[in-house]
Design a protein around this ligand. Structure first.
Ligand SMILES: Cc1ncc(COP(=O)(O)O)c(C=O)c1O
Length: 362
């Protein structure tokens, strides 16, 4: 795979690579220089010409980013909204569903992201509805056949975190989509750890809503996320709040946009979106399948090495694994493990505060 990528060039184009190894892509990745430049250039123009005035000339470029992002997941540009975080995107779509009633049911994957789960549980508790877990197969992955058995006329939503933030699991999200499509039940996918890591095609997945932050495997900036809403599904949603972009008042009548941007705030940071655009272009140029293969090679090597260390247990679930490698070390809690660096404890600054990055890496 290193034949496909010029790794030296790619590392040279990522300033953070000079400082050391970064293992936290599932939290947020190191951006490339082109992503930083896209943001800096725009911020410089804002500072020079005025932020509002600069934005007047940025519309076509923002449309390009939207089109690139849509192409990355097999969507139409009108099906993409930019938001500030994955949770905001998910919450915007969830809160736009018809209100829950007593006895309604929401079905979720076992590894549902905590924030999504909290939102659903809270809404369900207030309505007298229930949130139920879809059974898993022996390997810990979602069981689409069991889901089919659970569906009845009270199910209002199926929600699946495709690649959980730990355990390396890749759920069969498309199998779930086939069940929800056949039943006509809304289907939300949390693709937070999938975007930029594995190929995404919303038609194959059969989802109505999909969201992901830009900062993880796609290597976009923090403060960015995409929300996909299937065009044909949009009429079933009512945004909980509007602004002058999402719902302008025309001749005294509120005209809610009829595209996914009805969930987008009028006030977004173009600089961040251009950073997201640069990261998206780079990922598409490299090819998501090639990226997936490279991640798989690295993660498999890491798994093999960890397996050979006594007292280390891999915590993978599922059969196909993502680049998120989870393990435990007997006798060392997770926090203690992450505090150590190359076998050394993290430096302690005067006053007992932990110092990051350690002096050797600055
Ligand atoms: C699978 C998954 N969903 C949702 C989130 C939350 O996204 P955000 O922090 O952008 O709200 C994360 C963050 O790590 C995640 O891994």
């Amino acid at each position: 795979m290193s034949d496909v990528f010029d790794l030296d060039r790619l590392r040279a184009e990522t300033p953070g690579c000079a400082a050391g190894m970064h293992f936290n892509h599932s939290g947020a990745s190191l951006p490339s220089q082109s992503t930083l430049t896209a943001m800096w250039d725009y911020l410089r123009r804002e500072a020079h010409d005025g932020p509002m005035e600069t934005a007047n000339h940025a519309t076509a470029l923002l449309d390009e980013v939207r089109a690139d992002t849509a192409a990355l997941i097999g969507a139409r540009p009108s099906e993409i909204a930019f938001l500030a975080s994955g949770s905001t995107a998910w919450g915007a779509a969830f809160s736009a569903l018809p209100p829950l009633a007593a006895g309604d049911r929401i079905l979720v994957g076992r590894q549902e992201w905590g924030g999504n789960l909290a939102t659903m549980q809270d809404a369900a508790a207030r309505a007298g509805a229930s949130v139920e877990t879809i059974p898993v197969r022996e390997d810990g992955s979602v069981d689409a056949e069991a889901l089919a058995q659970m569906i009845d006329e009270r199910v209002r939503l199926v929600s699946l975190t495709w690649l959980p933030a730990n355990s390396g699991l890749i759920n069969d999200a498309a199998a779930v989509g086939r069940v929800t499509r056949a039943a006509g039940v809304p289907y939300f996918i949390d693709a937070g750890q999938a975007l930029g890591q594995i190929p995404i095609d919303v038609a194959t997945l059969g989802c109505d809503v999909l969201k992901a932050a830009g900062r993880k495997f796609l290597r976009g900036p923090r403060g960015t996320a995409i929300l996909y809403v299937r065009q044909e599904f949009l009429p079933r949603l009512t945004p909980r709040y509007l602004d002058v972009l999402s719902g302008p008042i025309v001749d005294g009548v509120v005209k809610i946009r009829n595209d996914a941007r009805c969930f987008e705030a009028g006030e977004i940071s173009p600089a961040l979106i251009f950073g997201l655009g640069a990261a998206t272009r780079q990922a598409r140029t490299l090819g998501i399948s090639a990226i997936r293969e490279r991640i798989d090679t690295l993660a498999s090597g890491l798994r093999d090495n960890l397996r050979s260390i006594p007292n280390v247990t891999l915590r993978d679930l599922g059969t196909e694994h993502s680049g998120i490698v989870s393990f435990t070390i007997e006798g060392i809690p997770a926090a203690g493990c992450s505090r150590r660096e190359c076998g050394r404890p993290l430096r302690t600054a005067p006053g007992g505060k932990r110092r990051w990055p350690p002096r050797s890496r600055r």
